[in-house]
Design a protein around this ligand. Sequence first.
Ligand code: SF4
Ligand code: SF4
Ligand code: SF4
Length: 282
Amino acid sequence: MSKETKKPKISERRRFFTLLAQNAGLGVMGGLLWTGYAEKAKSAPLTLRPPAALNEDDFLKTCIKCGLCSEACYNRPSNIDKETGKQRPATLKMAKAQDDVTIGTPFFKPRDIPCYMCEDIPCVPVCPTGALDPILVTNDKHELDPKMMDMGIAVVDTNSCIAYWGIQCDACYRACPLMDVAISLEYDRNDRTGKHAFLKPIVHMTACTGCGMCEQACVTQKAAIFVQPREVALGRPGDHYVRGWDTKDQQRIQNRVDKDVTTHDKRSSQKAADYLNTEVEY
Ligand code: SF4
Ligand code: SF4
Ligand code: SF4
């Protein structure tokens, strides 16, 4: 066999292995891209769901991404702009790839469009799977009750809220549909000037629905009051701490798992000086 005939064979082999490597590379790259995409497809922890949504894990298992809630939100009669007579964009959006929310699931961004706490909550009963559960917003009189919504809780950043600087602003307070119940203004003396007062917005966690009307109304460049899911915004004291005057808290004690945290751990039975720095070589 001549060199001429061998050469193409070597180059074919090389081409074959090059292609193989390229394909393997593409496969790895595809895998990485897919992993990145799948990560992106997961919802960011700050995602706000529609009224009466199940907890996030159950919601994701139950929502079939049909969009009926968002459609009902868009088509509600109160969504007609009085000036133009046209429908405005809906509060509830169905997530797209760029949204940082599980694709196809409903969410809302209050700074853009808050939830208006519609009297008849039209987005909830239309859900065919119970991902939005009417029971969660039904009161003792068996009526849908917007006050029972729990989409999140408004948090005030007291460093950027200008009312905490002593500048008069009550935009969030006035925007709240549950004024003086979910949010109130607390009078405080301004010791720096001695003659001015602060009127500080305070959110009441048991009443706030997370509708976000305060967030949308906030006058600062980036909202100084904003809604976060309760899981993100609030701490959890655990069942070991009970407010004696609170009957709900007293019931919590029944969930308490009795565990002596001071003696079970070998380390904790020693003094700190006995085990700290034991592995440090001087
Ligand atoms: S209650 Fe909120 S989310 Fe539901 S339809 Fe009304 S504005 Fe939309
Ligand atoms: S109506 Fe229910 S199932 Fe359909 S997208 Fe909305 S939450 Fe999901
Ligand atoms: S989110 Fe804001 S506007 Fe809505 S209930 Fe809570 S404090 Fe009021």
